[in-house]
Ligand binder design. Structure first.
Ligand code: B12
Ligand code: SF4
Ligand code: SF4
Length: 310
């Protein structure tokens, strides 16, 4: 019933907005043909480093119908996390903006569950699942397909209206909807700012990030020691890295987020270089209560801080 499809699609988009999502776009659940050879090449070159989970479920990662029974639609959602809050001491080891507040996985999961409940209540019983990093789904490819933006040379999804400081997530459901079929054009043009600025030369070619060289990987995902070749190249980051987004001209259009859960704990911004170098497990637990930084555990963050010092 095409009429219902249109009504349901606009209802879902309206409810997503009410829940605080900045974007909502819908695409048909199908095989991601363009991405398949790119993902394969990326894995073959070992660009996943020790993120072995990226090697699993190759087929599912490219086809949501293998993840959710009867999947018809992928609803892509974007949640803004841009802030101008900054750590007070310019010499203090840096934390990426995305990790200032509560863990985005928890915050977004809650909103996705609410959206799913609303769909079940207002449209009818459907089969669907919520995804935010938790499963093999190519978030950016789906967001691009749904017209939310283009994948830039730094490999982030960028919107012409608000840049790239937003998270992505999906609902994959078995309901047929209207699809947003006009993808956004690539607006990187001749710019190479991200490639030139990357401290570890991780953007090895336009649109290709060697994950195993990215500071985000080295400070968060890597469980072993950080290889010595990165000494002096970490640009003082102790958790994540914002460089290739900070230099992106499209991020001049970023707007402040309004998500209370993403507000940083004051202490996180206040601690100075010396405080971080002497940080104790107690302080760590206090500053990073409910935070994604807990992923590295105290030991991991300490390793990162020590790596920057010696
Ligand atoms: C693994 C991963 C990482 C790894 C690898 C990075 C990467 N680029 O893949 C590491 C740990 C390094 C990382 C870092 C970061 N990540 Co990350 N990461 C992921 C994760 C879990 C999977 C991404 C993936 O599938 N990579 C596999 C490779 C093959 O994909 P890819 O590099 O994106 O390659 C695509 C394009 O490059 C394109 N492509 C390749 N060649 C070509 C050629 C041409 C001509 C064209 C047009 C396109 C093209 O096709 C490829 C396949 O789609 C996603 C969540 C998810 N489930 O999707 C979050 C995700 C991508 N990360 C995110 C974020 C925020 C970050 C950081 C900014 C965090 C930080 N501040 O420290 C950095 C940014 C680093 C960077 N420049 O990419 C967000 C991005 C949001 C957005 N607006 O785009 C996501 C979507 C998480 C989320 N739920 O919001 N991340
Ligand atoms: S996040 Fe930092 S290290 Fe990773 S690709 Fe971007 S600039 Fe390079
Ligand atoms: S910095 Fe330039 S090349 Fe890189 S993603 Fe932004 S617009 Fe594209």
């Amino acid at each position: 019933m095409p009429q219902n499809r249109t009504v349901y699609s606009s209802l879902i988009k309206k409810e997503a907005k009410n829940l605080g999502f900045m974007f909502c776009g819908i695409s048909k659940a199908e095989f991601l043909e363009e991405e398949a050879p790119r993902l394969e090449a990326w894995l073959k070159k070992g660009m996943q480093g020790e993120m072995h989970y990226m090697e699993n479920h190759f087929d599912k990662r490219l086809d949501p119908r293998l993840l959710v029974d009867g999947a018809r639609s992928v609803i892509s959602l974007g949640l803004n996390y841009f802030t101008v809050d900054q750590q007070a001491d310019p010499l203090s080891p840096k934390i990426s903006k995305y990790a200032y507040g509560d863990d985005y996985h928890q915050v977004i999961k809650g909103k996705l569950k609410q959206l799913l409940a609303i769909i079940n209540e207002k449209i009818g019983e459907i089969n669907g699942r919520a995804f935010v990093d938790s499963a093999p789904v190519l978030d950016k490819a789906w967001a691009k397909k749904a017209g939310l933006g283009w994948i830039g040379k730094n490999t982030n999804l960028i919107s012409k209206k608000v840049g790239s400081f937003f998270f992505l997530a999906e609902l994959i459901i078995d309901l047929e909807l209207d699809y947003d079929i006009t993808p956004t054009a690539d607006h990187c043009g001749t710019c190479t700012a991200c490639i030139d600025a990357c401290p570890t030369e991780a953007i090895v070619a336009p649109y290709v990030v060697d994950g195993s060289r990215c500071i985000s990987y080295l400070t968060i995902e890597l469980k072993n020691e950080i290889p010595p070749e990165f000494k002096g190249k970490m640009d003082n980051w102790m958790f994540g890295c914002d460089v290739c987004q900070d230099v992106c001209p499209w991020n001049k259009f970023s707007v402040l987020h309004s998500e209370p859960a993403f507000k940083p704990k004051p202490l996180l911004l206040e601690l100075n270089k010396k405080d971080w170098e002497e940080v104790t497990e107690d302080v760590f637990q206090k500053v990073f209560k409910n935070s994604a930084v807990k992923r590295t555990k105290f030991k991991g963050l300490k390793r990162n801080i020590d790596f920057l010092r010696h």
